[in-house]
Design a protein around this ligand. Sequence first.
Ligand code: XMP
Length: 310
Amino acid sequence: MDTARFIARLIKEIQKTVGPDKAISALSGGVDSSACTMLAARALGPRLKSIFIDDGLMRQDEPAEVKGIFTKLGVKVDIVDARREFFAALKGKLDPEEKRKAFRNAFYTVLGREVKKSGARFLVQGTIKPDIIETKGGVKTQHNILEQIGIDPQKGYGFKVIEPIRELYKPGVREVARALGLPARISERMPFPGPGLSCRVVGEVTPERVALVRTATRIVEEELAVLKPFQAFAVLMNDHGTGIHQGRRKFGNIIIVRSVESRDAMTAEPSPLSWDVLRNVTQRILKEIPTVTRVAYEVTPKPPATIEYI
Ligand code: XMP
């Protein structure tokens, strides 16, 4: 594709849809929402308000880091602290689809409130083709799919949705992101799911369990960074494994390390990690998170497994 012409067309489309009104962009720092925020900022200038919802489910230091990157690019980002609201919505929920729906509802309720406050009528978001295919196909409820499955965002939350990159797959989004001048830290970034670390906590999502998986995720990302996998992360299981601590039995947490290679996330293969890498990542997790007694590496391809655990 001729990326510059494609971008010009997307910018025109946003301008035509929004007209003289205002829009809000939901920025998470992933390549999809970052590309959309840049497109909308170019299209609307000060009539765009970009917000980063701190749902408490992000990776370490993410809100401030993303805000910093966009500030350098001349895009002002407001951080909305909604951590309590998200944890309240997820409290007591164990079923993966129930958790996904609770996240989606909290996400759009917070956004709806921000849209109303700002007087905007539109929400710009980074939905891409696989999100639509997987949700419509019944694989899982992606957090950002509404109209495609019959939910009217105007009725439910008070705004219209604009999805400029809904026809693209990951490689196409990365191309657009590079052409928009986003730094490699964003354009080449590993995918991270909208519902964040809640996808990586099997069972109940509590602040404590999220904190644990956040530390494990940081270790996995750091240890595997040089290998540049398509996606690598840690998952906290909802069970305990017998271990030994100071000579006594301990039922500790179980962490699964997942690393996959893929082009567009529709199918994936486990990364062929070396024994050294597996040993290093395991030792660091055991040392830095003393409540963990077991670490395992997941070797299932997609299909039949999905990339995330919920
Ligand atoms: P699965 O787990 O379905 O994931 O194989 C495919 C890709 O999508 C990401 N993912 C999501 N992204 N909202 C998103 O924006 C979601 O609800 C969501 N669920 C999964 C996942 O990280 C992988 O890259």
